[in-house]
Ligand binder design. Structure first.
Ligand SMILES: NC(=O)c1ccc[n+]([C@@H]2O[C@H](COP(=O)([O-])OP(=O)(O)OC[C@H]3O[C@@H](n4cnc5c(N)ncnc54)[C@H](OP(=O)(O)O)[C@@H]3O)[C@@H](O)[C@H]2O)c1
Length: 402
């Protein structure tokens, strides 16, 4: 029976709070803390209505280690689930080290002033966490997260050697708004406008953002979508832990409408992350844009359609070439009916709760800083089936990315 603090009362925090509340035998005491207390209170009221459970709420500025350590000393959690923004990863890790608390997140650290996606900053904490006897689990969302676990499941059960990896993230959901992002707009737009990097023959190769696309036919009538190659953080850990990979790529679907809006916003300078002075005040254009776009957590009611996210891995099995596909399909309206959330927050929040459960039950518990593919995938895969994200295996795969 454990005591957890969830940090971040956004779209993902909403799902994590509800999903933890659904598992009282593991999550006995839950505190939701965020920058805006009223958002925590709204989520806590939803948890009370849906599950009958009370969760505590607190205000905290997670950019300040002193505020975090004071909170952790008061609540004495076993584990902190960080679903605030990637900018807060290091301050929360520092506070965990200072107060002796395990740590989990869903996105790697990014410095606010440069859109650089890499694990270097968090991997540098390995010795400190190991010496403190504490565990940090990085990237326990869907991608990264479940995609890493799908890869390790394929490596364990379906292929002897991995040679190629294509992670395909299709969001077939339509929210009916002219332009909106499905998770934090600032983080989302930084990610999709960054140059593309993919792994080929022992090195990351850089190409312009959105310069390569293809059509992808999803299984189970989800539909056919244009997918674009882009960099995504799990590529870094997967090529590190599966050195037999000759090529690893990440693909995401975008509608023409989304890309048209994004191009205009880029052209007029609204996606810039350097400060500009406006009426004597310094503002970051992308942060201003976030303030005028719809909150991702408000999109649930109107979003129709499904997500289809999976891993296509090629390699050998008993000396023969083979390709295997493991995927999950999540219906936006099913997620809304269960938790009042859209599927992007749902597919991120459920694996965050499962990762926390793996750690707290001792199934995945080891001092140090770890990525998801470094643990036995089997108990995590079983939990996905039980907690709302069932998966399917095509062995051999009938889908492909040219
Ligand atoms: N791995 C995956 O599959 C995946 C997928 C989607 C998202 N994610 C990650 O999940 C995280 C949450 O995404 P989201 O869509 O839920 O974002 P969101 O709706 O913007 O929520 C973020 C929350 O964090 C809070 N916050 C921001 N700065 C804070 C600070 N300094 N101190 C305390 N709280 C702070 C915000 O507070 P305010 O409301 O006061 O601003 C907000 O409630 C992000 O890191 C995102 O990258 C991962």
């Amino acid at each position: 029976m454990a005591n957890v603090v969830i940090i971040g009362a956004g779209g993902v925090g909403h799902v994590v709070a509800h999903k933890c509340a659904q598992v009282p035998e593991v999550f006995e005491q839950i505190t939701l803390a965020s920058r805006t207390l009223s958002k925590c209170e709204t989520i806590a009221a939803g948890v009370r209505d849906r599950t009958g459970r009370e969760i505590a709420v607190r205000r905290v500025d997670a950019d300040r280690v002193a505020e975090l350590t004071a909170l952790f000393r008061e609540i004495k959690p076993d584990l902190v689930i960080n679903v605030a923004l990637p900018y807060q990863d290091l301050t929360i890790m520092d506070a965990c080290l200072e107060t002796g608390v395990h740590y989990l997140d869903t996105a790697n650290y990014e410095p606010p002033d440069t859109a650089r996606f890499e694990y270097s900053w968090q991997w540098a904490y390995r010795d400190k966490f190991e010496q403190a006897g504490l565990m940090a689990l990085l990237g326990s969302g869907f991608d990264p997260g479940v995609t890493n676990v799908f890869t390790s499941w394929i490596a364990k059960h379906a292929l002897d050697d991995l040679h190629t990896l294509d992670i395909v993230d299709v969001n077939g959901g339509d929210h009916g708004r002219p332009f909106a992002t499905n998770f934090n707009p600032e983080i989302n737009i930084r990610e999709v406008t960054a140059p593309c990097r993919h792994w080929e023959d022992g090195a990351f190769r850089e190409t312009p953002a959105m310069s390569r696309n293809t059509r992808f036919y999803c299984p189970e009538s989800v539909g056919e979508y244009s997918i674009y190659r882009m960099y995504h953080e799990e590529l870094e850990s997967l090529v590190t832990y599966y050195p037999s990979l000759r090529r690893a790529q990440f693909w995401m679907s975008f509608s023409e409408n989304y890309l048209k809006h994004l191009e205009v916003l880029q052209n007029v300078g609204m996606t810039r992350i350097d400060p500009v002075t406006y009426q004597g005040v310094e503002i970051i254009p992308l942060q201003f844009l976030k303030a005028v776009l719809p909150e991702p957590s408000s999109l649930g009611e109107d979003t129709r359609g499904k997500t289809c996210i999976g891993v296509i891995a090629g390699g050998t099995s008993d000396g023969e070439p083979k390709t295997v596909y493991v995927y999950n399909i999540c219906d936006h309206q099913d997620a809304y009916r269960e938790l009042g959330s859209q599927a992007i927050s749902y597919t991120t929040g459920v694996p965050a709760m499962i990762g926390a459960q793996m750690m707290l039950r001792g199934e995945w518990m080891k001092p140090g800083v770890w990525n998801m593919e470094q643990f036995d995938p089997d108990p995590f895969m079983d939990a996905l089936n039980r907690h709302g994200l069932p998966w399917t295996v095509q062995d051999p795969a009938t889908v492909s990315v040219p």
